[in-house]
Design a binder for this molecule. Structure first.
Ligand code: F6P
Length: 544
């Protein structure tokens, strides 16, 4: 196990602080060759040349990673050591993507064998749904799959379903229900026929309030039409909690398991990916796993200065701790990647939104930044104004997909070129801006010059994906997973627990009891919450 170190006390940290004070602008930096900031991994290209970083700074960041033993922690993760110390668990999502021939035993257990046994069971289930062998209670084939889950049990599969749109099986639709707001499930079920619907209840713990409420809602909807016996033909579960699955009424043979060493936000390549496998089929699903695995291997073996996730993570730390930039906009120029920013929000913010180091000591430096975004070009007509001329510095990741999906005709391809032109234009403007001198030279009237100045200097990474294939999607996600790891390792925090989400769940349970009992006097609540509860109970309609 690697002990916690205060990163601000290692030599490279202080040298980086000094360097940040005199760092040139992106525009100035672009005057000298920047090829060392352009690199490839697993078929994707990553261009960091619009970051506010030079060669000496990169060397110092690599030194920082050395001093903080990032590679040692990385190797511990891949080996299955219990680096999730507060839960005493290994962190082995990388094992989910290993090929069949690989070998890895953890705590005396053959991990690769277990992973492939589950993958095989998932494949059999997926194929029978896809080819119509899986029959519903009245003998009809399945046309609609509803994944009920939340957080890591929803965001990855929902994102991948959209991203891999061209690879879906025609005539077989997937839907994703996550919110405890009954409007979510009601709006999905409103269009479905119970006799041709298969529910996947996806929950690592099988205790999550939202998921269990939606699962009960779905079961009532289904059994109301088809009877109790239909549950076996219309519900499968993905979980680590077999007793709870069986108690819910789903047969153990219809449950797909995974392991405590798979964190929720790292679980889309586990059985949580069952809806993805049903949608895109076993060959494409394996290709996605191979993309993840290719980036895993790159991260495990490439030297730090050419290692994409290492560079992504170190540059994120540079922006956060030394350039004091608190937020990163993720801007996919791909409509099919529209849920990618939401997916990354959980991945990064649930992982690195921490204020204590692994040993429990409080940090005295910034940790996980705020990640958000929308696909381009929509965002350009919304919040980009603030990115370009607001008073806060925002870093940006622009993700470009070079080619439109399979089957696109010439008109489609031409429109796609407009999309790419916009992506590159925004990267140029965010990083280089436009000066007063240039505006005057261009004939701008004097009264508008200051209004039109664009400071630029927004650190921007351009990720280029040749085609949005299952392999490329896997590689892209794994790059971000490992970037998050690198950031957490530098900050010396545990990126794999999430204690901060627990208190809200507990308080909500108490408030629900108060609501059900019409209790406005709960002494456990603060005065503001009691007042809001009283207000709500006054407004609540009798129709319930
Ligand atoms: O509340 C946070 C969280 O625990 C996430 O980490 C997780 O992805 C999500 O809830 C769903 O959990 P489960 O899969 O156990 O239902």
């Amino acid at each position: 196990m690697v002990d916690s170190i205060d990163p601000t006390q290692v030599p490279a940290w202080n040298e980086l602080r000094t360097r940040a004070e005199s760092m040139s602008t992106v525009r100035e930096l672009l005057d000298t060759p920047r090829d060392f900031l352009r690199t490839h991994a697993a078929g994707l290209s990553f261009d960091f040349s619009r970051q506010r970083i030079d060669g000496a700074t990169l060397d110092l960041l690599v030194a920082l990673a050395n001093e903080l033993q990032v590679e040692l922690l990385r190797d511990s993760m891949f080996a299955g050591d219990h680096i999730n110390t507060t839960e005493d668990r290994a962190v082995l999502h990388t094992a989910l993507r290993l090929p069949f021939q690989a070998e890895l035993s953890v705590d005396g257990q053959d991990v690769v064998g277990d992973v492939h046994d589950t993958l095989n069971r998932m494949r059999v289930c997926a194929e029978s749904v896809r080819n119509g062998d899986w029959r519903g209670a009245d003998g009809r084939a399945i046309t609609d799959v509803v994944n009920i889950g939340i957080g890591g049990s929803d965001l990855g599969p929902a994102m991948a379903y959209r991203a891999l749109r061209p690879y879906r099986q025609p005539g077989l639709r997937c839907h994703f229900v996550s919110n405890v707001d009954p409007a979510d499930i009601a709006s999905v079920l409103g269009d479905l026929d119970p006799a041709t619907t298969l529910f996947i209840v996806a929950s690592k713990t099988f205790t999550t309030q939202e998921t269990m409420a939606n699962a009960r809602y779905a079961r009532t909807w289904l059994t109301g039409v088809l009877g109790e016996d239909a549950v076996a033909r219309h519900f499968v579960a993905v979980s680590t909690n077999q007793p709870a699955v069986v108690e819910f009424g789903i047969e153990a043979s219809n449950m797909f398991g995974f392991w405590d060493w798979v964190g929720g936000r790292y679980s889309m390549t586990s059985a949580i990916g069952l809806s993805t496998l049903i949608a895109i089929g076993p060959v494409n699903f394996r290709a996605m796993l191979d993309g993840f695995a290719a980036m895993d291997e790159h991260f495990r073996t490439a030297p730090p200065a050419r290692n994409v996730p290492m560079l992504m993570g170190l540059i994120a730390v540079w922006n956060r701790n030394f350039l004091d930039i608190p937020t990163t906009a993720v801007l996919p120029y791909s409509n099919d990647l529209s849920r990618f920013p939401a997916y990354l929000q959980q991945l990064t913010m649930e992982s690195n939104g921490k204020s204590v180091r692994r040993d429990g000591s409080t940090v005295n430096y910034a940790t996980g930044g705020i990640v958000w975004g929308e696909p381009g070009t929509n965002g350009q007509h919304s919040f980009y104004q603030l990115l370009h001329q607001g008073t806060d510095d925002v870093a940006a990741d622009i993700i470009v997909v070079a080619n439109p999906g399979p089957g696109s005709d010439a008109a489609h391809a031409a429109q796609h070129e407009m999309l790419v032109a916009n992506a590159l234009a925004q990267a140029a403007v965010l990083s280089c801006g436009v000066t007063e001198i240039e505006l005057r030279q261009a004939g701008t009237t004097e009264d508008l010059v200051t209004h039109k100045v664009m400071p630029g200097n927004r650190p921007t990474t351009v990720v280029m994906v040749p085609d949005l294939t299952p392999f490329a999607l896997g590689a892209l996600i794994a790059a971000y997973e490992h970037s998050v790891f690198v950031q957490g390792a530098i900050w010396q925090i545990n990126s794999f627990d999430q204690w901060g989400v627990e208190l809200g769940k507990k308080v909500a349970t108490g408030i629900l009891r108060d609501i059900e009992a019409d209790n406005t006097e709960d002494p456990d609540l603060d005065p503001a919450t009691r007042a809001s509860l009283t207000e709500y109970l006054g407004l609540r309609s009798e129709k319930r």
